[in-house]
Design a binder for this molecule. Structure first.
Ligand code: TRP
Ligand code: SF4
Length: 404
Protein backbone atom coordinates (compact mmCIF):
# COMPACT_ATOMS: atom_id res chain seq x y z
CA UNK A 1 0.00 0.00 0.00
CA UNK A 2 1.17 3.50 -0.75
CA UNK A 3 1.31 6.13 1.95
CA UNK A 4 -2.04 7.48 0.86
CA UNK A 5 -3.64 4.08 1.28
CA UNK A 6 -3.83 3.60 -2.44
CA UNK A 7 -2.91 0.23 -3.88
CA UNK A 8 0.41 0.46 -5.65
CA UNK A 9 0.87 -0.61 -9.21
CA UNK A 10 3.21 -3.36 -10.32
CA UNK A 11 4.34 -4.00 -13.86
CA UNK A 12 6.44 -6.80 -15.25
CA UNK A 13 7.08 -8.50 -18.56
CA UNK A 14 8.42 -11.75 -19.91
CA UNK A 15 10.04 -12.48 -23.23
CA UNK A 16 8.27 -15.18 -25.24
CA UNK A 17 11.24 -17.20 -26.41
CA UNK A 18 10.36 -20.64 -25.08
CA UNK A 19 8.01 -22.72 -22.96
CA UNK A 20 8.19 -21.75 -19.29
CA UNK A 21 9.88 -24.26 -17.00
CA UNK A 22 10.07 -25.01 -13.29
CA UNK A 23 12.89 -22.50 -12.90
CA UNK A 24 10.51 -19.76 -14.05
CA UNK A 25 7.76 -21.11 -11.84
CA UNK A 26 9.72 -21.18 -8.58
CA UNK A 27 11.49 -17.92 -9.42
CA UNK A 28 9.35 -15.38 -11.19
CA UNK A 29 5.85 -16.84 -11.49
CA UNK A 30 5.17 -17.72 -7.87
CA UNK A 31 6.20 -14.19 -7.05
CA UNK A 32 3.73 -12.77 -9.58
CA UNK A 33 0.98 -14.98 -8.21
CA UNK A 34 1.63 -13.56 -4.77
CA UNK A 35 1.83 -9.97 -6.03
CA UNK A 36 -1.49 -10.12 -7.85
CA UNK A 37 -3.25 -10.19 -4.46
CA UNK A 38 -1.31 -7.29 -3.01
CA UNK A 39 -0.95 -4.87 -5.90
CA UNK A 40 -2.70 -3.74 -9.01
CA UNK A 41 -0.74 -5.86 -11.47
CA UNK A 42 0.03 -5.47 -15.16
CA UNK A 43 1.84 -8.44 -16.69
CA UNK A 44 2.74 -8.52 -20.34
CA UNK A 45 4.32 -10.65 -23.02
CA UNK A 46 7.32 -8.66 -24.23
CA UNK A 47 7.30 -9.66 -27.90
CA UNK A 48 9.13 -6.52 -29.04
CA UNK A 49 11.83 -7.20 -26.47
CA UNK A 50 12.22 -10.70 -27.80
CA UNK A 51 12.69 -9.24 -31.29
CA UNK A 52 15.65 -7.17 -30.11
CA UNK A 53 17.64 -10.40 -29.83
CA UNK A 54 15.62 -12.78 -32.04
CA UNK A 55 14.95 -10.48 -34.99
CA UNK A 56 16.13 -13.11 -37.44
CA UNK A 57 13.80 -15.82 -36.14
CA UNK A 58 10.47 -14.14 -35.50
CA UNK A 59 8.60 -17.45 -35.78
CA UNK A 60 10.12 -18.48 -32.44
CA UNK A 61 8.39 -15.54 -30.83
CA UNK A 62 5.11 -16.04 -32.63
CA UNK A 63 5.00 -19.69 -31.58
CA UNK A 64 5.43 -18.87 -27.93
CA UNK A 65 3.28 -15.81 -27.34
CA UNK A 66 0.06 -17.71 -26.66
CA UNK A 67 1.78 -20.64 -24.97
CA UNK A 68 3.37 -18.36 -22.46
CA UNK A 69 -0.01 -16.89 -21.56
CA UNK A 70 -1.42 -20.41 -21.10
CA UNK A 71 1.59 -21.16 -18.90
CA UNK A 72 0.77 -18.12 -16.76
CA UNK A 73 -2.84 -19.18 -16.43
CA UNK A 74 -1.79 -22.77 -15.69
CA UNK A 75 0.52 -21.55 -12.94
CA UNK A 76 -2.27 -19.59 -11.27
CA UNK A 77 -2.12 -16.07 -12.64
CA UNK A 78 -5.70 -14.88 -12.44
CA UNK A 79 -6.91 -12.58 -15.23
CA UNK A 80 -9.59 -11.35 -12.82
CA UNK A 81 -6.84 -10.03 -10.57
CA UNK A 82 -4.13 -8.98 -12.99
CA UNK A 83 -4.20 -7.25 -16.36
CA UNK A 84 -2.53 -9.51 -18.93
CA UNK A 85 -1.54 -8.09 -22.29
CA UNK A 86 0.74 -8.28 -25.28
CA UNK A 87 3.26 -5.49 -25.78
CA UNK A 88 2.88 -5.04 -29.54
CA UNK A 89 -0.88 -4.74 -29.16
CA UNK A 90 -0.34 -1.60 -27.10
CA UNK A 91 1.66 0.46 -29.61
CA UNK A 92 1.68 3.38 -27.17
CA UNK A 93 4.83 1.80 -25.72
CA UNK A 94 6.59 2.50 -29.03
CA UNK A 95 5.54 6.13 -29.12
CA UNK A 96 6.78 6.73 -25.60
CA UNK A 97 10.02 4.92 -26.42
CA UNK A 98 10.53 7.21 -29.40
CA UNK A 99 9.84 10.36 -27.42
CA UNK A 100 12.17 9.30 -24.61
CA UNK A 101 14.88 8.50 -27.12
CA UNK A 102 15.08 12.18 -28.05
CA UNK A 103 16.75 13.12 -24.78
CA UNK A 104 18.37 9.85 -23.69
CA UNK A 105 22.15 10.26 -23.74
CA UNK A 106 23.87 7.53 -25.73
CA UNK A 107 26.34 7.01 -22.90
CA UNK A 108 23.57 6.01 -20.49
CA UNK A 109 22.57 3.15 -22.78
CA UNK A 110 26.12 2.07 -23.56
CA UNK A 111 26.85 1.86 -19.83
CA UNK A 112 23.96 -0.54 -19.05
CA UNK A 113 25.83 -3.77 -18.14
CA UNK A 114 23.53 -6.09 -20.11
CA UNK A 115 24.49 -4.33 -23.34
CA UNK A 116 28.04 -5.66 -23.31
CA UNK A 117 27.29 -8.80 -21.29
CA UNK A 118 24.67 -10.08 -23.69
CA UNK A 119 26.79 -9.27 -26.72
CA UNK A 120 29.56 -11.37 -25.19
CA UNK A 121 27.23 -14.14 -24.12
CA UNK A 122 25.26 -14.40 -27.35
CA UNK A 123 28.21 -14.39 -29.72
CA UNK A 124 26.22 -16.21 -32.37
CA UNK A 125 23.84 -13.27 -32.70
CA UNK A 126 24.74 -9.89 -34.13
CA UNK A 127 23.57 -7.54 -31.41
CA UNK A 128 25.33 -4.43 -32.64
CA UNK A 129 21.92 -3.01 -33.52
CA UNK A 130 20.04 0.15 -32.75
CA UNK A 131 17.14 -1.85 -31.30
CA UNK A 132 19.34 -3.82 -28.94
CA UNK A 133 21.11 -0.74 -27.63
CA UNK A 134 17.74 0.90 -27.00
CA UNK A 135 16.14 -2.12 -25.37
CA UNK A 136 16.54 -0.92 -21.76
CA UNK A 137 14.90 2.34 -22.79
CA UNK A 138 12.00 0.42 -24.31
CA UNK A 139 11.76 -1.33 -20.95
CA UNK A 140 11.71 2.08 -19.30
CA UNK A 141 8.84 3.10 -21.55
CA UNK A 142 6.98 -0.12 -20.62
CA UNK A 143 7.30 0.77 -16.98
CA UNK A 144 6.70 4.52 -17.07
CA UNK A 145 3.72 4.41 -19.38
CA UNK A 146 1.78 2.69 -16.55
CA UNK A 147 3.31 4.90 -13.86
CA UNK A 148 4.31 1.69 -12.14
CA UNK A 149 5.48 1.98 -8.53
CA UNK A 150 7.26 -1.34 -8.42
CA UNK A 151 8.84 -3.67 -10.93
CA UNK A 152 9.61 -7.27 -9.97
CA UNK A 153 12.82 -8.22 -11.77
CA UNK A 154 15.83 -10.46 -11.40
CA UNK A 155 19.18 -9.06 -10.46
CA UNK A 156 20.35 -8.72 -14.07
CA UNK A 157 17.46 -6.32 -14.74
CA UNK A 158 17.99 -3.98 -11.79
CA UNK A 159 20.22 -1.62 -13.84
CA UNK A 160 17.32 -1.26 -16.29
CA UNK A 161 15.05 -0.05 -13.51
CA UNK A 162 17.83 2.29 -12.40
CA UNK A 163 18.05 3.68 -15.92
CA UNK A 164 14.28 4.11 -15.93
CA UNK A 165 14.50 6.19 -12.78
CA UNK A 166 17.13 8.39 -14.35
CA UNK A 167 15.08 8.85 -17.51
CA UNK A 168 12.00 9.76 -15.46
CA UNK A 169 14.02 12.31 -13.55
CA UNK A 170 15.46 13.77 -16.72
CA UNK A 171 12.02 13.98 -18.31
CA UNK A 172 10.57 15.72 -15.27
CA UNK A 173 13.55 18.04 -15.22
CA UNK A 174 13.26 18.97 -18.88
CA UNK A 175 9.50 19.18 -19.25
CA UNK A 176 7.85 19.16 -15.85
CA UNK A 177 8.60 22.65 -14.62
CA UNK A 178 6.19 25.47 -13.95
CA UNK A 179 6.63 28.67 -15.92
CA UNK A 180 9.24 30.95 -14.41
CA UNK A 181 10.66 28.27 -12.13
CA UNK A 182 14.04 28.17 -13.79
CA UNK A 183 14.41 31.94 -13.77
CA UNK A 184 13.60 32.15 -10.07
CA UNK A 185 16.03 29.34 -9.31
CA UNK A 186 18.81 30.98 -11.33
CA UNK A 187 18.15 34.22 -9.51
CA UNK A 188 18.45 32.42 -6.16
CA UNK A 189 21.80 30.95 -7.20
CA UNK A 190 23.28 34.40 -7.68
CA UNK A 191 22.36 35.18 -4.07
CA UNK A 192 24.69 32.41 -2.87
CA UNK A 193 27.79 34.42 -3.55
CA UNK A 194 30.36 33.67 -6.20
CA UNK A 195 32.15 30.66 -4.78
CA UNK A 196 29.10 28.85 -3.44
CA UNK A 197 27.22 29.57 -6.66
CA UNK A 198 29.97 27.95 -8.69
CA UNK A 199 30.04 24.88 -6.43
CA UNK A 200 26.27 24.59 -6.52
CA UNK A 201 26.24 24.67 -10.32
CA UNK A 202 29.04 22.12 -10.62
CA UNK A 203 27.38 19.70 -8.24
CA UNK A 204 23.99 20.15 -9.79
CA UNK A 205 25.36 19.42 -13.25
CA UNK A 206 27.18 16.33 -11.96
CA UNK A 207 23.95 15.01 -10.52
CA UNK A 208 21.49 15.98 -13.22
CA UNK A 209 23.66 14.95 -16.12
CA UNK A 210 25.59 12.05 -14.71
CA UNK A 211 23.43 10.88 -11.82
CA UNK A 212 26.31 11.48 -9.38
CA UNK A 213 24.70 10.95 -5.98
CA UNK A 214 27.71 12.09 -4.03
CA UNK A 215 27.49 15.43 -5.80
CA UNK A 216 23.83 15.66 -4.82
CA UNK A 217 24.71 15.12 -1.16
CA UNK A 218 27.43 17.72 -1.34
CA UNK A 219 25.03 20.20 -2.90
CA UNK A 220 22.57 19.53 -0.07
CA UNK A 221 25.34 20.16 2.45
CA UNK A 222 26.19 23.39 0.70
CA UNK A 223 22.60 24.62 0.94
CA UNK A 224 22.46 23.53 4.56
CA UNK A 225 25.35 25.93 5.34
CA UNK A 226 23.73 28.97 3.77
CA UNK A 227 22.76 31.56 6.40
CA UNK A 228 21.42 34.37 4.29
CA UNK A 229 19.07 32.58 1.99
CA UNK A 230 15.30 32.98 2.36
CA UNK A 231 13.36 29.80 3.00
CA UNK A 232 11.65 30.17 -0.36
CA UNK A 233 14.94 30.39 -2.23
CA UNK A 234 16.38 27.50 -0.27
CA UNK A 235 13.43 25.28 -1.16
CA UNK A 236 13.71 26.38 -4.75
CA UNK A 237 17.35 25.44 -4.90
CA UNK A 238 16.69 22.06 -3.33
CA UNK A 239 14.01 21.47 -5.94
CA UNK A 240 16.22 22.72 -8.74
CA UNK A 241 18.81 20.08 -7.89
CA UNK A 242 16.48 17.23 -8.63
CA UNK A 243 14.76 18.82 -11.53
CA UNK A 244 12.31 20.59 -9.30
CA UNK A 245 9.67 19.89 -11.84
CA UNK A 246 6.28 18.37 -11.48
CA UNK A 247 6.47 14.62 -11.39
CA UNK A 248 4.97 13.71 -14.73
CA UNK A 249 6.76 10.39 -15.03
CA UNK A 250 7.09 8.26 -11.92
CA UNK A 251 10.35 6.77 -10.70
CA UNK A 252 9.76 3.05 -10.12
CA UNK A 253 11.36 0.82 -7.49
CA UNK A 254 12.85 -2.55 -8.36
CA UNK A 255 11.36 -5.46 -6.40
CA UNK A 256 14.20 -7.90 -6.49
CA UNK A 257 13.12 -11.45 -7.31
CA UNK A 258 15.44 -14.02 -5.82
CA UNK A 259 17.11 -16.22 -8.38
CA UNK A 260 15.49 -19.62 -8.65
CA UNK A 261 17.38 -22.48 -7.05
CA UNK A 262 15.80 -25.16 -9.17
CA UNK A 263 18.44 -27.54 -10.51
CA UNK A 264 18.03 -28.80 -14.05
CA UNK A 265 17.88 -32.44 -15.06
CA UNK A 266 21.67 -32.57 -15.39
CA UNK A 267 22.30 -30.95 -12.01
CA UNK A 268 23.31 -27.52 -13.37
CA UNK A 269 20.99 -24.55 -12.92
CA UNK A 270 17.77 -25.12 -14.87
CA UNK A 271 17.94 -23.06 -18.03
CA UNK A 272 16.72 -23.33 -21.58
CA UNK A 273 20.21 -22.75 -22.89
CA UNK A 274 21.47 -25.89 -21.10
CA UNK A 275 18.64 -28.02 -22.48
CA UNK A 276 17.99 -29.41 -18.99
CA UNK A 277 14.50 -28.13 -18.24
CA UNK A 278 11.20 -29.56 -17.09
CA UNK A 279 8.49 -27.50 -18.74
CA UNK A 280 5.52 -26.33 -16.69
CA UNK A 281 3.20 -28.48 -18.72
CA UNK A 282 5.61 -31.23 -19.66
CA UNK A 283 4.57 -34.78 -20.52
CA UNK A 284 4.32 -36.68 -17.21
CA UNK A 285 5.91 -39.79 -18.70
CA UNK A 286 8.92 -37.83 -19.85
CA UNK A 287 9.21 -36.05 -16.50
CA UNK A 288 9.18 -39.34 -14.63
CA UNK A 289 11.73 -40.92 -16.93
CA UNK A 290 14.08 -37.94 -16.82
CA UNK A 291 13.91 -37.65 -13.04
CA UNK A 292 14.73 -41.32 -12.67
CA UNK A 293 17.80 -40.75 -14.81
CA UNK A 294 18.84 -37.58 -12.99
CA UNK A 295 22.40 -37.64 -11.63
CA UNK A 296 22.89 -37.97 -7.86
CA UNK A 297 25.89 -37.68 -5.53
CA UNK A 298 28.68 -39.00 -7.80
CA UNK A 299 30.32 -40.71 -4.80
CA UNK A 300 27.36 -43.09 -4.52
CA UNK A 301 28.42 -45.55 -7.13
CA UNK A 302 26.92 -48.64 -5.53
CA UNK A 303 23.77 -49.03 -3.49
CA UNK A 304 25.83 -49.63 -0.32
CA UNK A 305 27.96 -46.50 -0.68
CA UNK A 306 26.80 -43.80 1.71
CA UNK A 307 26.04 -40.45 0.08
CA UNK A 308 26.00 -36.75 0.87
CA UNK A 309 22.78 -34.90 -0.01
CA UNK A 310 24.70 -31.63 -0.15
CA UNK A 311 26.45 -32.95 -3.24
CA UNK A 312 23.24 -34.14 -4.86
CA UNK A 313 20.89 -32.12 -7.11
CA UNK A 314 18.01 -34.42 -6.20
CA UNK A 315 18.29 -33.14 -2.63
CA UNK A 316 17.94 -29.57 -3.96
CA UNK A 317 14.65 -30.62 -5.52
CA UNK A 318 13.56 -32.24 -2.26
CA UNK A 319 14.11 -28.93 -0.52
CA UNK A 320 11.66 -27.29 -2.90
CA UNK A 321 9.09 -30.04 -3.10
CA UNK A 322 8.92 -32.30 -0.05
CA UNK A 323 8.20 -31.74 3.64
CA UNK A 324 10.32 -31.97 6.78
CA UNK A 325 9.60 -35.65 7.46
CA UNK A 326 10.78 -36.62 4.02
CA UNK A 327 13.84 -34.40 4.46
CA UNK A 328 14.84 -36.29 7.62
CA UNK A 329 14.26 -39.59 5.85
CA UNK A 330 16.48 -38.52 2.93
CA UNK A 331 19.26 -37.14 5.13
CA UNK A 332 19.48 -40.21 7.34
CA UNK A 333 18.86 -42.75 4.63
CA UNK A 334 21.36 -41.23 2.22
CA UNK A 335 24.19 -40.81 4.72
CA UNK A 336 23.77 -44.34 6.12
CA UNK A 337 23.11 -45.96 2.74
CA UNK A 338 19.79 -47.00 4.26
CA UNK A 339 17.90 -45.93 1.13
CA UNK A 340 18.83 -46.13 -2.52
CA UNK A 341 18.63 -43.24 -4.94
CA UNK A 342 15.70 -44.76 -6.82
CA UNK A 343 13.77 -44.93 -3.56
CA UNK A 344 14.82 -41.42 -2.62
CA UNK A 345 13.46 -39.98 -5.83
CA UNK A 346 10.04 -41.60 -5.51
CA UNK A 347 8.27 -39.09 -3.20
CA UNK A 348 9.83 -36.28 -5.19
CA UNK A 349 8.55 -37.57 -8.50
CA UNK A 350 5.08 -37.87 -6.97
CA UNK A 351 5.10 -34.28 -5.73
CA UNK A 352 6.33 -32.85 -9.01
CA UNK A 353 3.80 -34.81 -11.03
CA UNK A 354 1.02 -33.71 -8.67
CA UNK A 355 2.01 -30.08 -9.12
CA UNK A 356 2.15 -30.52 -12.86
CA UNK A 357 -1.24 -32.22 -12.93
CA UNK A 358 -2.76 -29.11 -11.37
CA UNK A 359 -1.18 -27.04 -14.11
CA UNK A 360 -2.38 -29.37 -16.86
CA UNK A 361 -5.87 -29.25 -15.35
CA UNK A 362 -5.92 -25.46 -15.21
CA UNK A 363 -4.65 -25.21 -18.77
CA UNK A 364 -7.14 -27.69 -20.21
CA UNK A 365 -9.98 -25.27 -20.96
CA UNK A 366 -7.60 -22.87 -22.69
CA UNK A 367 -6.15 -25.57 -24.89
CA UNK A 368 -9.63 -26.78 -25.70
CA UNK A 369 -10.76 -23.27 -26.62
CA UNK A 370 -7.91 -20.92 -27.59
CA UNK A 371 -10.35 -18.04 -28.12
CA UNK A 372 -10.57 -17.79 -24.32
CA UNK A 373 -6.89 -16.86 -24.24
CA UNK A 374 -7.28 -14.40 -27.11
CA UNK A 375 -10.15 -12.76 -25.26
CA UNK A 376 -8.25 -12.47 -22.00
CA UNK A 377 -5.44 -10.74 -23.86
CA UNK A 378 -7.80 -8.52 -25.85
CA UNK A 379 -9.46 -7.36 -22.61
CA UNK A 380 -6.10 -6.80 -20.98
CA UNK A 381 -4.81 -4.79 -23.95
CA UNK A 382 -7.85 -2.58 -23.81
CA UNK A 383 -7.34 -1.84 -20.12
CA UNK A 384 -3.63 -1.31 -20.65
CA UNK A 385 -4.21 1.07 -23.54
CA UNK A 386 -6.55 3.24 -21.48
CA UNK A 387 -3.86 3.77 -18.87
CA UNK A 388 -1.06 4.13 -21.42
CA UNK A 389 -3.00 6.69 -23.44
CA UNK A 390 -3.54 8.85 -20.35
CA UNK A 391 0.21 9.03 -19.73
CA UNK A 392 0.96 9.70 -23.37
CA UNK A 393 -1.48 12.59 -23.60
CA UNK A 394 0.43 14.28 -20.83
CA UNK A 395 3.84 13.42 -22.28
CA UNK A 396 2.83 14.76 -25.70
CA UNK A 397 1.60 17.97 -24.10
CA UNK A 398 4.83 18.40 -22.13
CA UNK A 399 6.86 17.95 -25.30
CA UNK A 400 4.83 20.46 -27.26
CA UNK A 401 2.99 17.91 -29.36
CA UNK A 402 -0.56 18.85 -28.40
CA UNK A 403 -1.63 20.45 -31.67
CA UNK A 404 -5.26 21.35 -32.05
N1 TRP B 1 13.63 -7.19 -20.14
C1 TRP B 1 12.90 -8.18 -19.39
C2 TRP B 1 13.59 -9.52 -19.54
O1 TRP B 1 14.39 -9.68 -20.44
C3 TRP B 1 11.48 -8.25 -19.84
C4 TRP B 1 10.81 -6.93 -19.72
C5 TRP B 1 10.51 -6.10 -20.72
C6 TRP B 1 10.40 -6.30 -18.51
N2 TRP B 1 9.89 -4.99 -20.24
C7 TRP B 1 9.81 -5.06 -18.90
C8 TRP B 1 10.45 -6.64 -17.16
C9 TRP B 1 9.31 -4.17 -17.97
C10 TRP B 1 9.97 -5.73 -16.23
C11 TRP B 1 9.39 -4.51 -16.65
O2 TRP B 1 13.32 -10.40 -18.77
FE1 SF4 C 1 20.81 -37.94 -3.73
FE2 SF4 C 1 18.84 -39.15 -2.48
FE3 SF4 C 1 20.73 -40.56 -3.74
FE4 SF4 C 1 21.32 -39.28 -1.53
S1 SF4 C 1 19.87 -40.95 -1.73
S2 SF4 C 1 22.52 -39.29 -3.39
S3 SF4 C 1 20.04 -37.44 -1.71
S4 SF4 C 1 19.24 -39.20 -4.66
Amino acid sequence: MAAGGQVQRVLSGMRPTGALHLGHYHGVLKNWIQLQHEYECFFFVADWHALTTHYNEPHVIKDHVWDIVVDWLAAGIDPGNATLFLQSMVPEHAELHLLLSMFTPLGWLERVPSYKDQQDKLQERDLATYGFLGYPLLQGADIMIYRADAVPVGEDQVPHVELTREIARRFNFLYGRDAGFEEKAENAITKLGKKAARLYRERRTAYVERGDHEALEKAHALLEEQQNLSIGDKERLYGYLEGGGKLILREPEALLTEASKVPGLDGQKMSKSYGNTIALRDDPKRVEKELRAMPTDPARVRRNDPGDPDKCPVWQLHQIYTDADVHTWVQEGCRSAGIGCVECKQPLIERILAEQKEMHDRAAIYIEDPTLVRNIIADGCERARDVAEETLVEVRRCMGLDYS
